[in-house]
Design a protein around this ligand. Structure first.
Ligand SMILES: [Zn+2]
Ligand SMILES: [Zn+2]
Length: 162
């Protein structure tokens, strides 16, 4: 008798907004807004479900930053004139204003949620072999297809598995 085909691991990363309903999340992922490509922006590290912003303190500047990120991303996608500049900004991981702003939001979230929050840096070449964008080490597996790994030293999340 034939073995049944195993379920694909990819089912968790469908690009649909699904809210986290875990009682407690052990950690989180923060990602800049990418306008419909990936709808999820703050996700539970356990189930990958989205965390509703209504659960956050209004002092956390996540929505401002998401707007800024979304506009930059749109420039990258749609504007020949701004494309290069936008890509440079998105990929300026440690010194760019956009990512510095994102890192500030990440710190605010970690303090508020009292759990680790890992920042997903923008990348155009994600693979299982991706290294931490900041310290260039291999990182630790998350158990998810994307983000595939985290670096606890830099609070970064990166890579994509098969
Ligand atoms: Zn969850
Ligand atoms: Zn690192």
């Amino acid at each position: 008798m034939d073995n049944p085909r195993p379920n694909s691991k990819k089912t968790l990363e469908v690009n649909k907004v699904r809210l986290c309903d875990c009682k407690k999340s052990s950690y989180y992922f923060l990602q800049g807004r990418a306008l419909g490509i990936y709808d999820n922006e703050l996700n539970c590290g356990d189930c990958l479900g989205q965390i509703s912003y209504s659960k956050l303190s209004i002092d956390i500047e996540i929505e401002n930053w998401q707007r800024h990120h979304g506009k930059t991303y749109l420039n990258y996608l749609e504007s020949d004139f701004f494309e290069e500049k936008a890509l440079k900004e998105l990929k300026n991981h440690d010194k760019g204003i956009l990512n510095k702003e994102g890192q500030k939001v990440r710190r605010q979230l970690a303090t508020y949620l009292k759990k680790p929050v890992y920042y997903m840096y923008f990348a155009t070449d994600e693979s299982p072999d991706s290294l931490c964008p900041i310290c260039k080490t291999k990182g630790k597996l998350t158990g998810h297809g994307r983000p595939y790994k985290i670096c606890k030293k830099c609070d970064s999340a990166f890579g994509a598995g098969e």
